[in-house]
Design a protein around this ligand. Structure first.
Ligand SMILES: Cc1cc2nc3c(=O)[nH]c(=O)nc-3n(C[C@H](O)[C@H](O)[C@H](O)COP(=O)(O)OP(=O)(O)OC[C@H]3O[C@@H](n4cnc5c(N)ncnc54)[C@H](O)[C@@H]3O)c2cc1C
Length: 433
């Protein structure tokens, strides 16, 4: 067998416009494509996890695209370093190619793989794929990172005009993939059970992008793009989506995609913010962290119908509209004085579109402790939010049909008291005597 390039799919689960895959295929005679179900990640997941089903479906779609060329993605379960060592023993691999992954754990993992390959004299190539601009590509003129969104987005847009990235025809090179039987895995073999959760479609219409500014704040309309999970696992190309968004006259949707990259570069520059507040003074807050109250929040039994509707949507579908994510987050941190990290962890377990940088960044925004965060005294009123965003109670009626019945709980905390308690607690942490 001639020398092989190993292509390692991670969060780039598509054959079209996949930068690393394209370079792997273009510069090799034969490519061995693989995916590893990393036990360091999947062993911590609940038994019913829609994300595992999503990944398996995406790998199945890649297999379908490669069927004509009689190849498949090899699927492995285990520790990446051990799996790659085993593959190096079994195949004549002289090059390993993958796409960048910026999360702190992924960086550590990749550094270990790179060292292993270097020891064996094997090249490790790593490409930018999941963002338009990564790491320190968009910084202030002095090279320091932006920690405020608006100037970041202006610089991002200016750079985009000058450096619009090309889409690459990786799907035209699939004949270079190795034509051999590679191991396949099923949900059962991975130790998971069906979740019953349906993933959303993988495209957005121009009409939806054009109307986004007017529709995005009203959860009952359900008119956002639902592309979060596809961006998370790379089942769509960010270059294609940004090209579509940038061609529309209304820039609001594109700005959301820039928020995603803003938080990605924040996590990359400040990896400690995965578990610590960006503004350290906020880690002095004396959270109440009442477990029973946390449980009521998780279950959607707070007695505030809009908060409960959001939590029930999350629990039943793995999705929650952004308006509600902000409201339930504010309610947890400010009304209940529960540490934002508890909410972040709950979302990380439940969200199909869970993305560490966006989840941590937005939770810190909600709690007031992050970059460019909501001021701590901005406390959403869970009752007036209904008048603003669900006046006809359509969203509430869908998720909490019994909200006007006797069996529906009374509000677990009184708004005015909770607001004052929050302000006092935050103030004493931020201005210690
Ligand atoms: C507390 C909290 C936690 C969140 N956790 C996550 C998370 O784990 N993963 C995640 O992708 N988003 C997260 N978001 C951001 C936002 O709520 C979701 O991206 C959005 O609701 C997903 O739905 P959509 O795909 O229909 O988005 P659309 O409204 O159609 O937006 C398109 C895309 O833009 C990006 N985007 C939109 N808003 C934001 C934002 N505020 N921050 C970063 N990217 C954004 C996402 O990639 C999204 O898919 C969180 C927001 C809050 C307030």
């Amino acid at each position: 067998m001639s020398r092989l390039t190993l292509f390692w799919f991670r969060r780039d689960l598509r054959v079209q416009d996949n930068v690393g895959f394209y370079h792997a295929l273009k510069n090799a005679e034969q490519v061995l494509p693989i995916f590893i179900f990393d036990t360091a990640i999947i062993d911590k997941l609940p038994q019913q996890d829609a994300r595992i089903e999503f990944i398996l479906k995406a790998l199945g779609d890649i297999n379908d695209a490669m069927k004509r060329n009689r190849c498949t993605v090899g699927m492995y379960r285990g520790e990446p370093k051990a799996i790659i060592t085993q593959l190096l023993d079994n195949y004549p691999i002289d090059r390993v190619v993958t796409n960048h992954d910026y999360e702190p754990y992924a960086q550590e993992r990749d550094a270990a793989i790179e060292a292993l390959l270097a020891e064996k004299g094997i090249a490790f190539e790593n490409y930018k794929d999941q963002v338009i601009f990564e790491k320190a590509e968009v910084t202030k003129d002095d090279g320091s990172p932006y920690v405020v969104y608006t100037p970041y987005s202006k610089k991002w847009l200016a750079r985009f005009q000058d450096h619009t990235p090309q889409q690459l025809p990786s799907e035209e090179l699939l004949h270079k993939c190795i034509q051999t039987e590679l191991p396949q895995l099923s949900l059962k073999a991975l130790g998971f059970q069906p979740s019953g959760i349906q993933a959303p479609g993988d495209s957005v219409s121009n009409a939806r992008i054009d109307a986004y500014e007017e529709t995005r704040n009203f959860p009952a309309l359900d008119e956002t793009s639902r592309l979060g999970v596809h961006l998370r696992f790379g089942t769509i190309s960010i270059r294609k989506l940004v090209e579509q968004a940038a061609a529309r006259s209304n820039p609001t949707y594109l700005k959301e995609l820039i928020w995603r990259e803003f938080f990605m570069q924040i996590l990359w520059h400040f990896p400690h913010t995965a578990s610590k507040s960006f503004k350290p003074a906020y880690d002095r807050i004396l959270w109440r962290n009442n477990e029973e109250e946390f449980q009521r929040w998780c279950e959607g039994n707070t007695g505030y119908p809009l908060v409960d509707a959001g939590m029930r949507e999350l629990n039943q579908t793995g999705y929650m509209h952004n308006r509600l994510r902000m409201l339930v987050g504010s309610f947890l941190c400010k009304h209940l004085l529960i540490d934002w990290r508890w909410g972040e962890a709950y979302f990380a377990e439940k969200l199909l579109d869970y993305e560490m940088s966006s989840n941590v960044g937005n939770w810190q925004w909600v709690a007031g402790c992050g970059v460019d965060a909501a001021p701590y005294f901005r406390i959403f009123n869970p009752t007036s939010q209904v008048t603003k965003f669900d006046k006809e109670l359509k969203y509430i009626n869908k998720w909490v049909p019994n909200h006007q019945e006797l069996d529906y709980p009374q509000p677990m905390v009184e708004h005015k008291m909770a607001r004052e308690r929050c302000l006092t607690t935050y103030k004493s942490a931020l201005n210690p005597q």
